[in-house]
Each structure stands twice: as C-alpha cells, then as structure tokens.
Design a protein around this ligand. Sequence first.
Ligand SMILES: Nc1ncnc2c1ncn2[C@@H]1O[C@H](COP(=O)(O)OP(=O)(O)O)[C@@H](O)[C@H]1O
Ligand SMILES: [Mg+2]
Length: 293
Amino acid sequence: MGNLVQTSSRMTPAGPESDITRKVTLRKERLQNLKPIVRVQGLSKQYRIGVRRASNDTLHETIFRKLCSRLSWFKSNGDLHHETIWALKDVSFEVEPGEALGIIGRNGAGKSTLLKILSRITEPTTGRVELFGRVGSLLEVGTGFHPELTGRENVYLNGAILGMRKAEIERKFDEIVAFSEIEKFIDTPVKWYSSGMYTRLAFAVAVNFEPEILIVDEVLAVGDGPFQKKCLGKMGEISRAGRTVIFVSHNMSAIEALCNRVLWLVDGELVEEAETEKVVSDYVNTGVAVSTE
Ligand SMILES: Nc1ncnc2c1ncn2[C@@H]1O[C@H](COP(=O)(O)OP(=O)(O)O)[C@@H](O)[C@H]1O
Ligand SMILES: [Mg+2]
C-alpha cells in the first residue's frame, strides 16, 4: 500500500493520487473495523489454595485465627499447607466489536477468573489482555461494590471509577435505581443487601453506564425469574445496539438466545471456540451441561 502511494505521487499529481489516497483511507477504515475490541493472549492464572482470604474474615474469625496460631494449633500463618492450582491455562481469543460471546464450562472451569481478569479485578499470572472500550461488568456477588458504602454511594463510586463526571452520574442515577427496583434500600449499606438485591443494583449500574463491552457472570443464577428475564432482554438490547457482550451462563437456552459465538473451558483450558450451536451441542452431548448451580 505504501508503495502504491509513492509511485502515484511520482507519476501523476492531483487526480489519481487522490483516488489512491481514498483507497488507502478506505482500507485503513476496513482494517480498523476488523480490529478486535478484546484481545486475550496466552492468559494463565495461578492461585494459591489453602490460603485464608483475610479480607473476607470477620473480626471474630480474625481473633480466633490469631488465638489458634498463638496456641500453635496451626503453623504460624494459620495454614496447614500451600498448594497452587492453575485456574486458567494459556487461553487466547479475540472478540470483534458487536459480538455476543458466550463462555461455558463446569463449575471450577475458570469462567469467573477469566471475567475477573477482563474486568481488571485480578491480574493474570502470565499473558495479556487488551480492551479497546469502556467495560461494564456484573461479576460474582461481592465483587465491584464496597460493602460499607450505601447503594447510592456505590453507584457514584462506580461511575467515578469509569471516569464519569458527577453530572453524568446524576443524570443516570434515577434510571439505575428504577431498573434495579430497590429504591427503598438505596441508602442502606450494601453489606445488608440480599444477593438478589445486590445483583439487581450491580446489573443496573453495569448496563446503564453505557459500556462498550458488557461482561456478565452468571447473573441468572441469583435474581428471581422476572428479573432474569429483564436482564436477558436488556443484554439483547445492548447487543443489538452494536455493543459487545461477554456472557457466562449455565443456562444453554439463554446462551443460544443471546450469543453468536461460544468458548468452552475445561479445567482452565479453552477446548472449543466456534459458533453457538456447535459448541452448545458438543457441550450438551458430553452430558455435563446439567447445571449444579
Ligand atoms: N481467589 C481464589 N483463590 C484460590 N483459588 C481460587 C480463587 N478463585 C478461584 N479459585 C479456583 O480457581 C478455579 C476456577 O474457579 P472459577 O474461575 O471461579 O471457576 P468457574 O467460574 O468456572 O466456576 C477453581 O478451582 C477455584 O477453586
Ligand atoms: Mg463462576
């Protein structure tokens, strides 16, 4: 392409050159359109298991643990042994803008870990992730909101983290509360929310802050029936509007209704990546698609 431009500028001045410049611009635009919005390369994640998650401990548990270690019931750090597991093993894939990508696999396959890395909640051990758009995510209950802050404060905090101005957040606030249907509890600290209430607010935040990439982890397992339907409807709407959606679910009919392509994870490895019908049928035929969640 570079050669073409050079040759033309030497041979003819204005006319043909502008033709070629136009072609170059068109080609550039086409290449830009082909650029993935998410690029994941060689992603692996190692966890240490047998390690207490201190941040989740209550005061009671912390005191008890400290007492135990003083009394030498356990080793000094309170753990009997450390092992490691690979939750993700060398996973690579790309997502085109406007795609709805499903991720399926049994419990413990690494689906939530992948979504947490994509949402920058946790770092990969090796590999890299490139995201070319604003991310809105609904992850496992307990991720994304600060437990001591109220629903209202968390909405503002989330908006601020996404780089939104106060006025923009204010404009979206009523819509978020209306979608979540938890108006009565909006000034209650979210640590007192039921998992259903938490999910309602988190989903409303994720979809109403206009993400270019919407990441949703298993929301259907938590909310009640009507809310699940409303979430699926909203995700379909977002996808049809040309936004990118990445969706983890054990509900194969929801995956089939929403996604054009599916990744199947087994023990942290990407075993199949193809159009929805093919992957879902292979998954169902292995007899593992019966949900246990
Ligand atoms: N914070 C963590 N610490 C240690 N192990 C973890 C942690 N999070 C996930 N795991 C482990 O990583 C594996 C993958 O988990 P996860 O990504 O939650 O799977 P899925 O969402 O597919 O059910 C599981 O074996 C799980 O026990
Ligand atoms: Mg999970």
